[in-house]
Structure formats: structure tokens, C-alpha cells
Design a protein around this ligand. Structure first.
Ligand code: ATP
Length: 368
């Protein structure tokens, strides 16, 4: 079986077209067993279509999806070792919790003995910490509890892959954060491969151990959250995953001198192999140092704070720099640099050129 045996999910040159719309373009992807994969991208990028092809709700137009090394073309959803949690849970409101969780098991043929169903439902409810709730009605449960019932229902037949379609979208922010931790803990405990669809980059980075950034039906980058954040493959990924400041500039033939729009030159430290010419420099807000006072010949660029957002442990500043545009700067309040600076004040912005990413201008984000 070779490497296929270690991969739970594999896409081999998968394309999916709905009439004239190509939702997924020639995607190849390997997901190791027990991974927590997040499919991340803006609305319409094809992530739900990928999820539905794993679940068997859609068939590829060309190419093949494999699960645990077996080709799945033509295999219906109920014959796959996969289950799915939908965004709106799709619970039966007139059933109690136990009946909802048992539903799938009761439909199975040959029949599963009632005792066995009861035992497995109890086990699934324990997994999601709803041990004492078997007889509750669905409308007597909070949003978070309903979400857990949906999870228990999807786990009860012990799938080897669990598909989650924006499962936390209906929850408020605080509950969502709590459920993110619970889901992650559950996934580690069970060792089941999870595939999560989300357009929320924070959710993808915090929960998954593998993030697949998609745009226009294609994979832009696949990697660990930290890699995707620290080493974005292109400007689209840099912009979509986290916030980024841009400076349009020209890279000179030496591959390390940038000519900025204000006429100044910036040495980016080491030669970058992206070719001379029009370039976008991308720098994260937290990689910029903001120093109060604007002596004209100090380090970096002189600017004026135009706006301040107080976030508790950090502060986000908008800073206007003549000829270069507006910058977003995040200052961590646990350091000296976290002293509050007032809007209207002159500041200087500096950064370590090694922290800057350079992309050829042709890599600009494509509109969806
Ligand atoms: P969202 O976050 O909005 O759900 P998505 O990234 O999950 O977006 P998909 O739902 O996979 O994107 O859709 C990808 C493209 O395919 C979109 O252009 C969408 O309009 C189109 N599409 C999806 N399902 C169908 C369908 N059943 N019939 C026709 N077009 C479809």
C-alpha cells in the first residue's frame, strides 16, 4: 500500500465543475491519519465542495478521492468510514438527546441490538461531556449543548474521518472559543482525522495542525499553522491569514535593495530570489516597532498616529506615513513599547528587514 496506507484522505488531481462553474481545480492533497486539517478560504473558494466530495455527497468531475487507501469514486456516503457535522446541526427537534444520537445506529442493517445502541450512545454522550443529558429535549439545550449533541451523533458510529462544516458559526464568541478547545481536545483523545471547513483564520490557526489555504478552487498553501503564518507562500495567503501591511516598491538588480515610493532605499538584508522589478513588501503589524517622537533622521519612517484601538493586552495603531501610505501596528503592552501613544502624535516606525516578505507584483491577491 506504500504511503497511501498512512494517509487517511488523498485527493488525486480532483476537479469538480457544476455546469460552467469550476468549484475545485485539479487539487492533489494528502492528509495523514489522525490529523486535524482546516480547509480555510474566502466564500466560494471551493472548501465545502472538497468536504462534500470526502463525504460522498458530491462526486469529482475528474480525479479521485481516496480514504484509507481505497478509491471512493461512486461509493455512497453511508458506505464511507466518514461522518459529518453540519453548520446548523440538523437535529430532530421532537426527539430527545438520546434519540437524536441513536438515530443513525437504529437505521443500520443488520440491526444493532438495543442494549448495544444504548451503550454506544452513552459512550458518545460521555465523549462530549453530556453524560447526564440523555432524556433532555433538544429545545431545552443551549446552542453549545446542541452543538455537542450533533458531535455525539456524528461520533456514535465511530467514523475514521469526521467532517465539520463551519460547526461553530452559530455560537457566540465566548462559547466558540470554549468549543474550539473542546473540539481540539476531543480530536487528540480520539485520534480520528478531522477535516474542518472555516473562513475564520483564527479558528483554523488555533485548532488545526494542518491548514490548507484555498482560493479560486485551488490550494494556495498547505502547512502547519505557524508555517503558513510565518512563511506565507504568496500575497493572498499573507493577506488572508493574519493582517499584513504592504509597501509597493521596486527591487533592484542586486536582489536586496528596495527602492521605496518616497525615493529612499531599504536593504532587505539578504538577496531575495524573486527577480528585479515591481515588488510588494509585506510586513505583519506586530513586526513593526513604534517609537514615540518623530525626529526626521531617526530609524525607519516618520509618521503620525491616526487611530488607536485598545485591545487589552495589546494596542493596534493606524499610522499614516507620507508617501508610503497607512500602516497597522500592533504593540504588545507587556513590553516597554506597549506605552500608550495618543492619536495625533508623531512616531517612527521601524522593522527588521528579515521579517519582511517580498512578493513579485504579479502575485497580487486575485479577486474571488
Ligand atoms: P462558502 O464559505 O460560501 O460556503 P466555499 O468555499 O465552501 O464557500 P463552495 O460552496 O465549495 O465554496 O463553492 C465553490 C463554488 O462552486 C462557488 O462558486 C459556488 O457558487 C459553486 N457551487 C457550489 N455548489 C454548487 C452547486 N450545487 N451548483 C452550482 N454551483 C455550486
Amino acid at each position: 500500500m506504500g504511503s497511501a496506507a498512512r494517509d487517511d484522505i488523498e485527493f488525486r488531481s480532483v476537479t469538480k465543475a457544476y455546469g460552467a462553474v469550476t468549484a475545485v481545480r485539479n487539487i492533489s492533497l494528502n492528509v495523514p491519519k489522525g490529523a486535524f486539517l482546516a480547509l480555510l478560504g474566502p466564500s466560494g473558494c471551493g472548501k465545502t465542495t472538497c468536504l462534500r466530495m470526502i463525504g460522498g455527497f458530491e462526486q469529482p468531475t475528474s480525479g479521485e478521492v481516496l480514504i484509507a487507501g481505497s478509491g471512493m469514486n461512486g461509493v455512497p456516503p453511508y458506505r464511507r468510514p466518514v461522518n459529518m457535522v453540519f453548520q446548523h446541526y440538523a437535529l430532530f427537534p421532537h426527539f430527545n438527546v438520546e434519540q437524536n444520537v441513536a438515530y443513525g445506529l437504529r437505521q443500520m442493517r443488520p440491526r444493532i441490538p438495543a442494549q448495544e445502541i444504548k451503550r454506544r450512545v452513552g459512550e458518545a454522550l460521555e465523549m462530549v461531556r453530556l453524560g447526564g443529558f440523555a432524556n433532555r429535549r433538544i429545545h431545552e439545550m443551549s446552542g453549545g449543548q446542541q452543538q455537542r449533541v450533533a458531535l455525539a451523533r456524528a461520533l456514535v458510529n465511530r467514523p475514521s474521518v469526521l467532517l465539520l462544516d463551519e460547526p461553530l458559526a452559530a455560537l457566540d464568541k465566548k462559547l466558540r472559543s470554549a468549543m474550539q478547545i473542546e473540539l481540539q481536545t476531543l480530536q487528540r483523545e480520539l485520534g480520528i482525522t478531522f477535516v474542518l471547513v472555516t473562513h475564520d483564520q483564527e479558528e483554523a490557526l488555533s485548532m488545526a495542525d494542518l491548514v490548507c489555504v484555498m482560493s479560486g478552487g485551488a490550494i494556495k498553501q498547505l502547512g502547519a499553522p505557524q508555517d503558513v503564518y510565518d512563511r506565507p507562500a504568496d500575497l493572498f495567503v499573507a493577506d488572508f491569514v493574519g493582517k499584513t501591511n504592504h509597501i509597493q516598491a521596486t527591487l533592484e538588480a542586486d536582489g536586496r535593495t528596495l527602492r521605496l515610493p518616497d525615493g529612499s532605499a531599504l536593504d532587505v538584508g539578504a538577496e531575495r530570489n524573486i527577480g528585479a522589478g515591481e515588488t510588494t513588501l509585506a510586513i505583519r503589524p506586530e513586526a513593526i516597532r513604534l517609537t514615540p517622537g518623530g525626529e526626521p533622521r531617526g530609524e525607519g519612517f516618520a509618521g503620525t498616529v491616526t487611530h488607536r484601538i485598545f485591545l487589552g493586552s495589546s494596542v493596534e495603531y493606524s499610522v499614516s506615513v507620507p508617501a508610503l501610505g497607512d500602516f497597522l501596528v500592533t504593540a504588545d503592552r507587556s513590553t516597554d513599547e506597549g506605552q500608550l501613544v495618543e492619536p495625533g502624535q508623531s512616531v517612527r516606525l521601524g522593522f527588521d528587514p528579515a521579517a519582511a516578505h517580498l512578493f513579485p507584483a504579479s502575485h497580487a491577491a486575485q479577486p474571488e
